[in-house]
Design a protein around this ligand. Structure first.
Ligand code: TYC
Length: 137
């Protein structure tokens, strides 16, 4: 899956930096930038930069209920991939069993995606229909 956030989600606020001023040009000073060679030292490639980097957005890993996956298997998954102890894992499994869906954890996108794949692969290998997905937190 492609990384779902656009650049504007990563940084704010926007400021503009003018790079490559003509003082750095080793040639005759005309940068061929269409300004007719008015060397005011302010031409170059305009690039965006941001004053304040933002945290990457977080994603919930959700576990879905089904009628067939054994409770013990779900508890094993929660212990193995989400580092829960037996008590936590049992609580989350029963929550999913009763409500239909529950949160296993909240992670940056790539980690959340990896966990979903690990759970789905492990369930498939053991022929259980357990489903796991992610959702923006
Ligand atoms: N509902 C399942 C059962 O009764 C147990 C279960 C719990 C399955 C959580 C999936 O995500 C799940 N065996």
């Amino acid at each position: 899956m492609a990384y779902p956030q656009d650049d504007s989600d990563l940084f704010s606020p926007l400021s503009i930096l003018v790079a490559g001023a003509e003082g750095d040009d080793p040639g005759n000073g005309d940068t061929g930038n269409g300004d007719g060679g008015h060397d005011d030292g302010q031409v170059g490639i305009a690039t965006k930069t941001r004053a304040k980097p933002k945290k990457p957005s977080q994603f919930k890993v959700l576990m879905l209920n089904d009628d067939y996956t054994p409770m013990e298997f779900v508890v094993m998954v929660l212990k193995r991939f989400f580092h829960m102890d037996l008590e936590q894992a049992t609580r989350v499994m029963l929550h999913v069993h009763q409500k239909g869906v529950g949160v296993c954890g909240i992670f940056p996108y790539e980690i959340a995606e990896t966990k979903v794949n690990q759970v789905m692969d492990f369930a498939r290998q053991n022929q259980h229909p357990l489903q796991c997905t992610l959702e923006k937190a």
